[in-house]
Structures are given as C-alpha cells and as structure tokens.
Design a protein around this ligand. Sequence first.
Ligand code: NDP
Length: 310
Amino acid sequence: MSQNEHIECLIIGSGPAGYTAAIYAARADMKPVMYEGMQPGGQLTITTEVENYPGFPHGVQGPEMMNMFKEQATRLGADVRYGMATAVDFSNRPFKVTIDESKVVEAQTVIIATGASAKWLGIPSEQRLNTRGVSACAVCDGFFFRGKDVAIVGGGDTACEEASYLAKLCNKVYMIVRKESFRASKAMQQRVSTTPNIEILYNTETDEILGEDKVSGARLRNNKTNELREIAISGFFVAIGHHPNTDIFKGWIDLDEQGYIKTVPGSSRTNIAGVFACGDAQDKIYRQAITAAGSGCMAALDAERFLAAQ
Ligand code: NDP
C-alpha cells in the first residue's frame, strides 16, 4: 500500500454544494475530507446579503452563511482542510487526487463541488465598487435596487433573463450590449425588446462605473462612433458568462462544450462510477445557493449508495 492518505469520500470545493455534501457524508459515517479550494466558502463569500435562502427570515450575510455551513459540517465530523486539488487521476479506484501539487489523497469516492466563477469586465471601478452596487447576480442582489435605475452588461440568455427579472423590480434597466446584435435566443431577445422599461444600447461598452462609495452612474462608449455618454444608475450588473471551475477534470470527466460537468439526469453521477458532481460546476441554468445545496445532498447520497453496493 502506498504512503498516500486513504479515505472513503473526498469532497473538492466548499460552496453550498460541497458543504451540504459534507454534512450528509459525515452523517452517513463516510468520514469525508473536504479541500476548500482557492476561495473557501465559494461565490457567496463575495456577496452581501442573502435574502432568498429559506430558513433565514431576516436574511443573512453570504460570508456568515458559509461560516455556518462550515461549522455544521465540522461539528458533524467532516474534516475541512485548506488546500486546492491541482490534478486528478481517475483511471482506477481508489481515485488519486493531488493537493497543492504535492500531497496525494486516495479516495473511494470523489464529490466534485468546485463551482463556477463569474466573468468580469476587468475594469478597475468594477472591482472597487464590487458589492457596493456592482454585482454578477441579479437574482441575488436585484431586490436591493427596487424602484431604482440599473444597468446590465451582456447579450446572452443570462443577461436577457436577468434584465427581465430586474425590469419587474426596478424603474429602468439599461442593457449594455457590445455588438449590434444579441447572442441570446430569439425568444429571450423578443422578451427584453418588448419590455417597456428596458432600454437596449447596442455597440456599447463600459468605460467606467462611476461613484465613490457606491455606484452612481456609468460612462459608456459607443464602439462605432466612440461617442461617450453617462447614465445615472444605482446598480451595475455584469452577466457576461461564467467559467465552471473544471479544468483539472478535462480528459477524465465528460464536460459539455462550455466546460460544465455532464451528470446523468436526475442524479449526480458522472461518466466515472464513484465520481459525483454537484453545484455550479454542473449547473449553468439555476446557479442558486439552494439548488447547489440540494445537489450536494444528492451527491453524498449517491456516493453513500455507491459504496454500499461495492
Ligand atoms: P453567453 O456566453 O451565452 O453570453 C455572454 C454574453 O456576454 C454575450 O453577449 C457576449 O458578447 C457578452 N460578453 C462577453 N464578454 C464580454 C465583455 N468583456 N464585455 C461585454 N460583453 C461581453 O453566456 P450566458 O451566461 O448568457 O449563457 C451561458 C449558457 O447558458 C448559454 O448556453 C445560454 O444559452 C445558457 N442559458 C440558458 C438559459 C435558458 O435557457 N433559460 C438561461 C441562462 C443561460 P458577444 O456576443 O459579443 O460575445
């Protein structure tokens, strides 16, 4: 037997999916070990208030909620560790996962909960005003801009869906689309273009988001004429896509063309028996904390049943 550590269940990633998997796996006595990854707690640690997670009638701060998830998982016996999975070898069981390019853990089951990262424009004001009016999630943060004017960048289905969502809450929604056409499906384009309080600005890019402590406007540039204009807004939403954090699984796990893990519908099973996936790494549609948590529960139950059947 090798010198590597041998465990029953390894969980990679520590958002709502990973922690929920850890809670269920710990209670099933699978002695799960979790590596938290580059951003312990995941995407919720960069949001402010979470008002749509059931069980918190007065809302909860994203980072605080993730601390509570962690506390619950560790109290039940999950071994939560700082570290990042940097390579995998899924050729045989036990599966080998390299942590921080050095240590190798051998696991009978692996639960992938590595999440996704929102893409950002990459301008300095976007970073400076993040969580102060700049957000990458309309469903999470739109509520805070009720009755106000906001802007959303992107021309895909997500941007259209989020613009429609925002249009119900906000006074006015500017959609900032860099080309002269949408990438979104015709149905979604139709929806936004017929919503009276959505104004679509084609051929438009964001020069700067304006505001000292919070967003007060944006300076936009028409990329055909180079003309600049300023709009007054309280919220600036970025919806230009996400990257699933699945690069290390390429070549082992079946991914779709955008890199999301393919799971067998109605389960968390991947193409490799004993490797399960949950959360945003395999979900490009819903992307909510509650759906991620639900899928983490499924992954732990699937892993438990898999081990029981061996
Ligand atoms: P997409 O990659 O489809 O669209 C991204 C959009 O953002 C494009 O309009 C793109 O512009 C724009 N963009 C990218 N980078 C920049 C930038 N730096 N500055 C300005 N604009 C930028 O991502 P989505 O998240 O919209 O969708 C991902 C997948 O999920 C798609 O397959 C989509 O169909 C699917 N989806 C389906 C839904 C549904 O069916 N209800 C709902 C949500 C998503 P450009 O076109 O110029 O490249």
